[in-house]
Design a binder for this molecule. Structure first.
Ligand code: NDP
Ligand code: ZN
Length: 351
């Protein structure tokens, strides 16, 4: 089979590999559509998770089951499925402790294009099919379904990590596709006022549609100064971080209230340290909580988030700025994600 791989840091291309073997609890899936992620860019061009050789990239897709293990109960060949980017081992102790995404070690649930070949391939392997796959609702287009692999569950996770509550004032830093889903998630959890940090008009327009009220640009000066000016000096309740770098936490800490929470889903692709300002962090005693998390994967979450889309409560289509037809355009879509032209939000390739 053909797959699009990271050959080494900074180099990619098509390679030939054997179709993966299907274990008794696994599935082999043929993609219907795949999406490119900013994480693919961090992995391939920044070397953020270290060197990888001939590893097929990609972790966002939906597909049709080509082969199924004999112990899998709820899926059969020909079924169309939602596939989460994170596919934990559900019988692990980490899962029993409530952190399935870290089964097999920290970030261990992130298998595609990290520890094993990803989804930019004619066929790919899914572990623990009953625990990780979900049936694709009939009224969801495969292109839209790709947003359920990672963008919706990750963006929403920032709102979960920061525990957004009714009436909260929420700052969302970064409104790429992940941050846009953080805006949507915060709005759905009842935020009263959402301030979004972005720069490009295309993302600002979509963020407004998902519920953001006010906008500031990180290019117009320090974020915290701009936020506090907007709120008349009143700190925000929650900060959701879906963009920036290791220094972004300085801004988040400066504008969140004591007892407030900062939920990070941004993948810090470079730099050695994250910086936290000592004084604004209450000289260590400010009860300003910072928590960062890999999105939870798994079937239940896929089914629940899929139901939001299938029942019309969440429209993911505005996230998709570019649709390509066929594998021949995959490389173009990937390079587009790296170059991030002004009109880009999310590219999807329909197979
Ligand atoms: P994008 O690059 O599309 O979006 C990043 C956003 O942050 C943009 O709005 C960008 O503005 C803004 N931004 C850039 N620089 C700064 C800065 N210095 N300060 C504040 N804002 C800034 O990324 P995605 O939305 O695709 O993904 C967001 C992050 O989430 C990525 O790091 C990705 O790897 C990560 N991720 C994490 C997952 C998890 O499980 N935790 C899963 C999937 C992704 P503009 O574009 O206008 O310049
Ligand atoms: Zn992704």
């Amino acid at each position: 089979m053909r797959g699009y791989a990271m050959l080494k840091i900074g180099e990619s291309g098509w390679i030939e590999k054997d179709v993966p073997a299907c274990g008794p609890r696994d599935a082999i899936v043929k993609p219907l559509a795949v999406a490119i992620c900013t994480s693919d860019v961090h992995t391939l061009w920044e070397g953020a998770i270290g060197e990888r050789h001939n590893m097929i990239l990609g972790h966002e897709s939906c597909g049709e089951i080509a082969e199924i293990g004999e112990e899998v109960a709820d899926f059969k060949p020909g079924d169309r499925v939602l596939v989460p980017a994170i596919t934990p081992d559900w019988s692990s102790l980490a899962a029993q402790a409530g952190f399935a995404m870290h089964s097999g070690g920290m970030l261990g649930g992130w298998k595609f294009s990290n520890f094993k070949d990803g989804v930019f391939s004619e066929f790919y392997h899914v572990n623990d099919a009953d625990g990780n796959l979900a049936h694709l609702p009939e009224n969801i287009d495969p292109v839209d379904a790709c947003m359920l692999s990672d963008m919706v569950p990750t963006g929403f996770h920032a709102a979960e990590l920061a525990d957004v509550e009714f009436g909260d004032v929420v700052l969302v830093i970064g409104i790429g596709p992940v941050g846009l889903m953080s805006v949507a998630g915060a709005a759905m959890r009842g935020a009263a006022h959402i301030i979004a940090v972005g720069n490009r008009p295309v993302t600002v327009e979509v963020a407004r549609r998902y519920g953001a009220d006010d906008f500031i640009s990180y290019k117009n000066g320090p974020i915290a100064e701009q936020v506090l000016e907007l709120t008349g000096g009143v700190p925000v309740d929650k900060v959701l971080v879906a963009g920036g770098d290791g220094t972004t936490f300085e801004e988040a800490v400066k504008c969140v209230r004591p007892g407030g929470k900062i939920g990070n889903v941004n993948y810090l692709g470079s730099g050695e340290f994250v910086t936290i300002p000592r004084v604004e962090w209450g000289v260590g005693m400010g009860h300003k909580e910072i928590i960062g998390g890999l999105m939870p994967g798994g079937r239940l979450r896929m089914e629940k988030l899929g139901a939001l889309v299938a029942r019309g409560r969440l429209d993911v289509h505005p996230l998709i700025s570019h649709i390509f037809e066929g594998w021949d355009h995959l490389e173009e879509a990937l390079f587009l994600m790296r170059d991030k032209p002004a009109d880009l939000i999310k590219p999807v390739v329909r197979i």
